[in-house]
Structures are given as C-alpha cells and as structure tokens.
Write a protein that binds this ligand. Structure first.
Ligand code: FAD
Length: 294
C-alpha cells in the first residue's frame, strides 16, 4: 500500500521544527527513524497532512554523561547506543536491553525518542525509562521547555503526555548506584518480535545485605509499563531468603492488568509475567556487587 498524500518538510534546526509544529499542530506528524511511522503511513493508519522529518537536526542526536546521569538526545539511534561501551558501563541496563529490541536493521534507524513517543506498552524503552525513573525533556514554541517525570509521561496504550505542538528532545536517566544488579527477561514467539510479556529488575544491597530501593517493572502486560509497587514494597529492606523472590514475583503478577489479543490470553500473559519476574529478580540479585551485569 502507499501512504495518503502529505507535504514533506525537513527542518535543519529545532526552532524550525517547533515553528512548523506550532503552525500545523494535529495535522502534522514527526518522522524520526520511520520504523513505526513508515508502516502506519503505508497502511493509512496515520494520514498526516504534513510530515516533519527531524533527521536533519543534529542537535537532537547527542549524549552527555555527568554526575546527574546520562542524557540522551531523542534522535539517537538504538544501535549507536548499543555500540557505545561507555554507555553500557554507565548504565548496565542499556547494555542488557538494547540488543533485545527488534532486529539490528531496525535499531540502525529506530531512535530512542521515537520509541518513547510511540509508547508501545510492550516496547523496551518505555520500560527502561519507568524502571530507572527517567525525565523526559520536551519543547514547544508556545511553552518552551517542560521536564516530565516518567510516571506522568506514559498515559496509556500509545498515548503520552506530549502535546501536539511538542517535540521530545531528550531523555535523562539517573546514574546507576554502584553494585546494582540488573536483569531483563522477555518472551516473544519469534526473535525480534515485541514481547508477549517482559520483566526488568534492579536490585542493590546495603552494607547489612538488605535490599535498597528495589525496582521491578513488567511490560507487555498492561496499557503501559508499570512498576510492581506491592512487590517492590515486599523486597525493600528485606534480606533475600529462600522464597522471597518467588513470593514477590507472584505478587507482581497479581498487580498486572493484562489483556486478551490474538497473540495471547490475559491469563497466559499474567502467568508469564510472574515467571519472568521471578527469574529477573534472581538474575539481578546474582549480579549485585559486580559491575552490574554479566
Ligand atoms: C518488525 C519490527 C519489530 C519491532 N520490534 C520492536 C521491539 O521488539 N521492541 C521495541 O521496543 N520496538 C520494536 N520496534 C519498533 C522500533 O524500536 C522503532 O524504533 C520505534 O518504535 C520507533 O522509533 P522510530 O525512530 O522509528 O520512530 P518513528 O517511526 O519515526 O516515529 C514513531 C512515532 O513517534 C513520533 N515521534 C518520533 N520521534 C519523536 C520526537 N522526537 N518527538 C515527538 N514525537 C516523535 C512519530 O511522530 C510517530 O508517531 C519494532 C519495529 C519493527 C518494524
């Protein structure tokens, strides 16, 4: 199929792009890597009057590391981060997760911002941002810069707090606490497919061997990735003993609100989420005290 006709603009600066968005609003769509938008246009599930191609805006393709963590420009390609050993060392969750996103050819074009703005509940970037407590930096001509905490950014399936005249410019990830262990586990029918369910965990031990600020996120099992807050509360301050992770995983599965679709039933997704959560907690714990990942 072919897309419906549209006007094409390729601004070379953020100011130009914001001006175009301010002018066209709901009629316009931003084109980043095109890995999601391309098929949507071809199937006429998206029919914007104006396509604003942001690939020429070099200022959106940056990364910066400092004591506040890692700031990643929205136009950064998934594969560029995957190939950057410094990024993996600073944020071990990225080194573990990026290779699991789609296929390498898709990661070569697909951008961090495109994945976050699209907000697929089964996608890895929204789950990463949720687990780490990211901040999303967005800009519009009318309101300037807004910093949106991740818990306010993802609203529901394919819906974020981004307004029609806003561009997602940067995601900021807080620094990884020394000795934290991470794990990401997901299940898909075919390599490269979106996960039917996935679990991400981060565990850190204090000097007394108690778990500090544990994080567990389940994705693909609801309208957006969610922290399993009851399970996290069970883990916080506990000394890992036999059965703790299995019990927390069961609690986490009970916190999910999965859906039936042609790929899997809600019941199956909840079961899968529990199994993956248990394994992710075990793996993350085994990695605590190391450099964070195997
Ligand atoms: C076969 C296949 C398998 C895939 N499997 C996975 C997978 O397993 N896991 C996964 O996470 N992803 C997967 N993807 C999606 C892929 O990761 C894409 O990179 C991602 O969804 C969109 O990124 P993009 O840069 O291509 O965005 P685009 O397709 O260009 O845009 C996507 C949407 O975001 C908007 N947008 C883009 N950038 C911005 C911005 N800076 N500000 C505001 N709005 C913006 C666009 O207007 C559009 O609505 C898969 C894709 C394909 C084709």
């Amino acid at each position: 199929m072919k897309p419906a006709p549209f006007a094409y603009c390729d601004p070379q600066t953020l100011e130009e792009a914001l001006e175009l968005l301010a002018r066209h609003g709901e009629e316009a769509k931003i084109l980043a890597g095109g890995q999601t938008l391309g098929p949507l246009l071809n199937m006429r599930l998206a029919m914007p009057a104006v396509l604003i191609d942001i690939n020429g805006i070099a200022a959106l393709e940056h990364r910066r590391a400092d004591t506040k963590g890692l700031a990643i420009g929205a136009l950064t390609r998934q594969s560029a981060l995957e190939d950057d050993a410094d990024v993996g060392a600073l944020q071990p969750l990225l080194a573990l997760t990026l290779p699991q996103i789609a296929h390498r050819a898709i990661r070569n074009r697909g951008t961090v911002g495109g994945s976050l703005a699209h907000a697929d509940p089964a996608a890895e970037w929204p789950a990463i941002a949720t687990l780490l407590g990211a901040e999303l930096i967005v800009q519009s001509r009318a309101r300037g810069t807004r910093i949106i905490p991740v818990q306010e950014f993802f609203i529901t399936h394919l819906t974020t707090a981004l307004a029609a005249d806003e561009i997602l410019c940067e995601v900021r990830l807080p620094p990884s606490a020394p000795g934290s262990g991470y794990a990401v586990l997901e299940f898909a029918r075919r390599h490269g497919d979106f996960a039917l369910a996935g679990a991400m965990a981060r565990l850190t031990r204090d000097a007394a061997g108690r778990l500090r600020d544990p994080r567990l996120v389940l994705f693909g099992v609801g309208k957006r990735p969610e922290r399993a807050s009851c399970a996290e509360a069970m883990l916080a301050g506990a000394r890992p003993e036999a059965g703790l992770f299995a019990a927390a995983a069961q609690t986490a599965a009970g916190e999910t609100d999965p859906y039936d679709d042609l790929h899997a039933s809600a019941r199956y997704r909840r079961h899968l989420a529990g199994v993956l959560a248990g394994r992710a907690l075990e793996q993350a714990f085994a990695r605590t005290g190391e450099d964070g990942h195997a």
